[in-house]
Design a protein around this ligand. Structure first.
Ligand SMILES: *Cc1c(COP(=O)(O)O)cnc(C)c1O
Length: 379
């Protein structure tokens, strides 16, 4: 039920035409198609700089590097996110310092984050999880007081604003992902870095292309992190349809919340709270339930596809230099994150759902989650 690719043959024809244009203009790595998409993003988001990159992951790595994160530094990061939020830190030779979450939003808890700051902290990396921003007002205060840059993982929040500021460029620099399941979807891997600051932008521009300052003059070690022209061409088309598709996601989310209340389910199928001042692009519609895996299997038997983002926390991933987080201590160190990993369930919210689909999903859930709490046995 994951909606990726063109919706219908008419849209497929548009994609093929756009790819044909990219071929005709020799726009393969960066080039005119990526320029066009970058300009459209700058205008839409109101950011000074937008750089098309090869993926959200590469975007995060370049963004961290652009604010100076390097070997031995510490980066404060939520204990719960997609893997690459933290793997990029380790790949830069830096150390992820995991932080527990706000229980309402499952985004990083700013109060806990401040207690983790040390003399080696080089950045704070909040994740705008599921499509709304983390508590950026609180994080910005900490950032200003402590002179520590904020790099935003906005992979799930393209086009989201908090207090009039665009996710990705509320802090110092941020990265989006256009992986095909994201709200703005490429036809493969692609991402974008945005920022307002010219100095950071100059670093990003170079780091994206092997640290080349021009004319094969390399003053820093960068990567090959360019966006393909094909992706730029497809993304320009996708951007034109974003509002229409976001409106459907909003409608679906509203319908879910309404149906949950109608069925008096909100204490057993618990939707997340909202970050004050943030819009929501509903990259995922998340509820928390007990016996999550069983509920998910029983939904699948009824033909309802749900997802788990994510089944484990980042400190549980042994390759993320987690020596300082023994598995026996995780429940005590990260109680909110560990509990979320057992309980979150993502219900389908994408733009191909029809009106009434969310209500049917909630009816099925009401059926499964018995009145007296706990899940009904059998079928
Ligand atoms: C998708 C995602 C990424 C990685 O983006 P890619 O484009 O797949 O590399 C990073 N962080 C979060 C929170 C994501 O959802």
């Amino acid at each position: 039920m994951v909606a990726v690719g063109p919706d219908d043959t008419a849209e497929k024809a548009q994609w093929l035409e756009a790819l044909g244009n990219a071929i005709d203009s020799n726009s393969f790595c960066l080039g005119a198609e990526v320029d066009r998409f970058e300009s459209a993003c700058k205008e839409r988001l109101g950011v000074a700089h937008a750089f098309g990159v090869s993926s959200g992951t590469d975007g995060l790595k370049v963004a961290l590097s652009a604010v100076g994160v390097t070997s031995g530094d510490e980066v404060i990061v939520p204990a719960y996110s997609f893997f690459s939020t933290a793997s990029v830190i380790v790949q830069l030779g830096a150390v992820p310092i995991f932080c527990d979450l706000d229980p309402e939003t499952l985004c990083i808890d700013p109060v806990a984050a401040e207690t983790l700051i040390s003399s080696r902290t080089r950045a704070i990396l909040p994740v705008h999880l599921y499509g709304q921003t983390a508590d950026m007002d609180a994080l910005l205060k900490i950032s200003q007081k402590q002179q520590i840059p904020i790099v935003e993982d906005a992979a799930q929040a393209f086009g989201v604003f908090q207090g009039g500021r665009p996710a990705g460029a509320i802090g110092d620099v941020g990265a989006f992902s256009f992986y095909p399941t994201k709200n703005l979807a490429a036809a493969g891997d692609a991402g974008m870095i945005v920022c307002q600051d010219d100095e950071i932008a100059n670093k990003v521009r170079q780091l994206r292309v092997h640290g080349d300052a021009g004319g094969y003059n390399h003053q820093m070690l960068g990567w090959n992190a360019r966006m393909d022209g094909f992706q730029g061409a497809i993304l320009s088309l996708q951007l034109q349809r974003l509002d229409e598709r976001q409106a459907i996601r909003q409608r679906n989310a509203k319908e879910y919340l309404h149906a949950l209340r109608e069925h008096h389910l909100t204490s057993r199928v618990v939707p997340l709270g909202r970050t004050s001042g943030s819009d929501h692009c509903w990259h995922q519609f998340i509820v928390q339930v007990d016996d999550r895996d069983q509920v998910r299997d029983q939904l699948a038997e009824r033909g309802i596809d749900s997802g788990i983002y994510y089944p484990s926390t980042l400190p549980q991933q042994s390759c993320l230099s987690t020596d300082r987080y023994p598995s026996d201590d995780l429940a005590e160190l990260f109680p909110v994150a560990q509990r979320a990993a057992r309980r979150v369930l993502a219900l389908p919210v994408h733009h191909r759902l029809l009106e009434g689909d969310p209500t049917r999903v909630i009816q099925a859930l009401a059926d499964l989650v018995g009145d007296r709490g706990g899940i009904k046995n059998g079928r």
